[in-house]
Unconditional design. Structure first.
Length: 239
């Protein structure tokens, strides 16, 4: 693995022909969740069964949090007090109509980052998959819907439907796009119902959603990783 600044973001790069992103293989870009360190998902590159030469890119969120573990990062700020209040009251959060203030800046950062990745890595969008976990999943979905690049697929690990007034009108433009989506039925952070809303909205717009629910919380269990490897291999080896 190597670290470098790409598009203004600290980035970990691994895989490829040399373990440091070398070669011209397909590319998988994954965004970490809110409050996680920038290297939170890097270990996935070692356990996912993907085509030889696949390169992995893990950018770090630009925001440093003053609470939580050291090196906690974020793509935009979340109202943690509201989450705690909703949980205490037993309310199921519906994020589908919300458009976080920080979403647009995060999107612009990622669009610029992807442009730089394409330039530096010679990455073919048709062999590039975007995705992430939790907040990173929602940002990757937003970026996919806002971009016009012909990306190969989208990975949504424990995400939710967000910004429906914006996303809804753009989803049909991605008709046929392969999507891998997983969610825990006991997730206390991002509700299972919100994941179902996302799945249904994508499917009804013509995207090819591969849906995996599991008994668990806000996590990525081993069975999901195994199925994700199959998905990545299938999508990245399409001629």
């Amino acid at each position: 693995m190597r670290e470098e600044q790409i598009g203004g973001l600290r980035t970990r790069v691994t895989g490829g022909t040399d373990g440091k992103g070398g070669g011209s293989g397909p590319l998988v870009l994954l965004l970490h969740g809110f409050g996680a360190p920038g290297d939170d998902l890097v270990s996935l590159a070692d356990v996912l069964n993907v085509p030889t030469g696949t390169r992995f890119v893990f950018p770090e969120g630009p925001l440093s949090l003053s609470f939580g573990p050291r090196d906690a990062r974020a793509w935009w700020i979340i109202d943690m007090a509201r989450i705690a209040t909703d949980q205490a009251a037993g309310r199921i959060r519906d994020l589908s109509k919300e458009i976080p203030k920080g979403l647009a800046p995060a999107r612009e950062t990622m669009l610029a980052f992807l442009k730089e990745i394409e330039r530096q890595f010679g990455a073919d969008p048709r062999k590039t998959i975007l995705g992430g976990f939790s907040q990173g999943a929602m940002l990757s979905c937003d970026v996919m819907l806002q971009s016009d690049r012909p990306y190969a697929g989208l990975v949504q690990l424990s995400g939710n439907l967000l910004a429906q007034p914006v996303w809804g009108g753009r989803m049909p433009k991605r008709k046929g796009l392969p999507v891998f989506q997983s969610h825990g039925m006991q997730d206390e952070i991002l509700p299972y119902a919100g994941a179902e809303r996302l799945r249904d909205a994508l499917s009804q717009s013509g995207l090819a959603v591969e849906w995996h629910k599991f008994r668990g919380g806000h996590e990525i269990p081993e069975p999901v990783l195994q199925r994700l490897g199959v998905f990545l291999t299938k999508v990245l080896t399409i001629p």
